[in-house]
Design a protein. Structure first.
Length: 353
């Protein structure tokens, strides 16, 4: 359940690259300083090292074998990014300077100029490097919108068909709660793509959540603030919205969150709630809950706009997942990729050095 604190697995899936890599083993010598080439473009070891250092800000240095797995995983992402950027360039798709500057303003909003520059330095970025990362990220978003999302079509007949096959699922046997959250972790770390403003300790987390609560008190929009400040990667991009929670499940969540939700009316948001890790019983961060609506028990009909929209979103997400997986594989078709770092690992074997 999303209300419960869940710990990520840092290196899950990375080791599979040892048997697959990014392509067939290269018979060519690696260009000086390169760990991979993508259609002639060289990915330099220095850039891989720099990205690895950014990933490890605030974290303990991993064991040698774990670091090799992390490097392979990170290099795979760098190769895919290069394929995406090359495709975007071919289609003349690029982020505009206004878009990049807007994202930069959003990232720096919680801080003074000096504080933000300090954050950039701690994260291993200059301001120009960070703007370049934002530009690449926005360009890839535009590419995927053009190549994937634009191809998704959901007909009314598809929605009706899904409803008829799953009608019993829309018969609520108990009250269901719809709400959103803004979550701030007090654990140090970074995000897969650099999102500055990440709290590194409890003091910073309390300061950040207090800033958000103050902005809500002045009338700012909850979804906008969630997208800008929340550190929950699962919900940040959809305005902090969580999956609907039935009353029986709500009774099993932590008392502070449960009590806050039960007191809220639709459109209201809670005070700051302390989040406790159920495994360690230690403070894990802070959240603010916004009540969207409560649904009483009963059959929900297809004519209900919320039911119709939920099915549409669900079917769209399914299609997008399939198309994105196919698009990922298609990017590699015909591409000339040499992963020299994978060759290096295979050549010497995994050694804890």
């Amino acid at each position: 359940m999303l209300l419960r604190w869940r710990k990520g697995v840092l290196f899950a899936g990375a080791m599979c690259l040892l048997t697959g890599g990014c392509g067939p083993k290269s018979d060519h010598a690696a260009p000086a300083g390169a760990v991979a080439t993508v259609n002639g473009f060289q990915i330099l070891r220095a850039d891989l090292d720099k990205n690895l250092a950014r990933q490890q800000v605030g974290s303990q240095k991993p064991e040698p074998v774990q670091e090799q797995a992390l490097r392979l995983n990170l290099l795979e992402r760098m190769i895919e990014l290069q394929l995406q950027l090359q495709r975007a360039d071919k289609l003349s798709i690029a982020a505009g300077s206004d878009e990049v500057n807007q994202k930069l303003s959003q990232a720096s909003a919680p801080y003074t100029k000096e504080e933000f520059e300090k954050r950039l330095k701690e994260g291993g970025f200059t301001k120009e490097e960070y703007k370049q990362e934002l530009s690449r990220s926005l360009t890839v978003e535009k590419l995927l919108d053009h190549e994937v999302s634009s191809k998704v079509t959901i007909a009314d007949a598809d929605i009706a068909g899904y409803y008829n096959q799953h009608k019993s699922e829309f018969n609520l046997t108990e009250t269901r709660y719809y709400f959103a959250q803004i979550f701030i972790s007090n654990a140090p770390g970074t995000q897969p793509s650099p999102i500055f403003g990440k709290a590194q300790n409890d003091q910073q987390a309390r300061r950040k959540i207090a800033l958000v609560r103050n902005r809500l008190d002045t009338g700012e929009d909850f979804e906008t603030l969630a997208a800008r400040y929340s550190e929950d990667a699962d919900t940040r991009n959809n305005g902090g919205r969580l999956e609907p929670v039935p009353e029986s499940e709500l009774r099993r969540t932590d008392p502070a969150t449960r009590q806050a939700i039960l007191k809220l009316k639709p459109g209201e948001s809670s005070a700051i709630i302390t989040v406790i890790d159920p495994e360690t019983r230690q403070r894990a961060g802070y959240r603010i809950i916004s009540m969207i609506k409560k649904e009483p028990p009963g059959q929900r009909e297809l004519t209900d706009p919320a039911v119709n929209q939920w099915i549409r979103n669900h079917l769209r997400e399914q299609q997008e997942q399939i198309l994105k997986a196919a698009y990922h594989d298609a990017l590699y078709n015909g591409a000339e990729i040499h992963n020299y770092y994978a060759d290096e690992i295979l050549g010497r074997g995994l050694k804890a050095r």
